[in-house]
Design a protein around this ligand. Structure first.
Ligand code: MN
Length: 301
């Protein structure tokens, strides 16, 4: 699939930022950057046009179209309300963009009666909430909202990645796992099951086809963290667990780790290798990230 969209200068800037760490090294005439994001290749042209190629190209393109304020469905507002004011199961993940630390996926059940309480807490996308507030709000949510989480350690992640799992497949397997578990164990009365869309529906089910139990009936949508409270809660609880795990890692290494995948992260990675050897990265970082190459290139053994 091949999709071309045109975005504003503001969105262009955001995209350049977002794909910074996923950029290919090769320079191409009239191309601002070309980047790989799991199943999708993104090419931004100097003209402001952006091309998305791959099986999930429309998912990525839609995300940026929405970010750019270009509505892509009629009656979207009312549709979105439908997914907000309802009883729902939703899941979301954290840590997939961070070189250090695990991946955490959580599924939550939010019943209609919980909506005012969650609105009061301003539940939404954890990416937009600072860490201090996450640490305060997540325990309050967790006390009231049923949830199930899974933590994928760096070691397990690196083993999986070596076996030809890509990030989206790993995400799909973990989402399926917590959704199935939550629904099976608490048997909630829900109107929708909502997952923040990271792959097309057919692709998602293809990724989990070898799982023992498969949760079906999912509604996929982009930016679900803001459109559905169960996904919002899942986002916050996942983030909370990630922060705790991240602190534990920093403590055991006696090195304050840095989130994300920037050049600052490379510096910390160099410190880890100098102090504990190259093998340590396997336990604390996602080896397939470009950071690994950069870190090992700088180190003189
Ligand atoms: Mn998400």
């Amino acid at each position: 699939m091949n999709i071309v969209i045109k975005v504003s200068d503001a969105t262009k800037k955001k995209m350049i930022d977002y794909y910074q760490d996923k950029k290919r090294d090769k320079e191409i005439p009239y191309v601002v950057f070309q980047a790989d994001d799991e199943d999708t290749v993104i090419t931004m042209y100097t003209s402001g046009k952006v091309m998305f190629q791959g099986t999930s190209a429309d998912v990525d393109a839609n995300m940026w179209k929405e970010m750019d304020g270009q509505a892509n469905e009629k009656g979207k507002a009312t549709n979105d309300q439908k997914y907000y004011y309802c009883s729902s199961v939703g899941s979301d993940e954290v840590g997939t963009g961070d070189y250090f630390g695990p991946i955490v996926v959580t599924a939550c059940f939010v019943s209609k009666e919980d909506i005012p309480f969650l609105q009061e807490l301003k539940v939404g996308d954890s990416k937009k909430i600072d860490d201090a507030r996450i640490l305060k709000v997540a325990p309050q949510i967790a006390k009231k909202i049923p949830y199930r989480s899974v933590i994928l350690s760096n070691k397990e992640y690196n083993q999986k990645y070596g076996m030809n799992y890509n990030m989206n497949k790993i995400k799909a397997i973990l989402h399926n796992k917590v959704l199935y578990q939550l629904i099976k164990e608490i048997n909630p009365e829900y109107d929708y099951i909502i997952v923040d869309e990271f792959a097309r529906e057919a692709r998602y089910y293809d990724y989990i086809k070898d799982s023992t139990h498969i949760q079906t009936g999912i509604t996929f949508m982009t930016k679900a963290e803001d459109k559905n409270l169960a996904v919002g809660c899942a986002s916050i609880i996942s983030r909370y667990i990630f922060l705790k795990e991240f602190d534990k890692l920093s403590d055991t290494l006696h090195i304050p780790l840095v989130k994300g995948a920037s050049s600052q992260v490379d510096k910390i990675g160099e410190e880890v290798v100098e102090k504990y050897g190259q093998e340590k990265l396997e336990e604390v970082a996602k080896l397939n990230f470009r950071n690994t190459e950069r870190i090992l290139k700088t180190i003189i053994f």
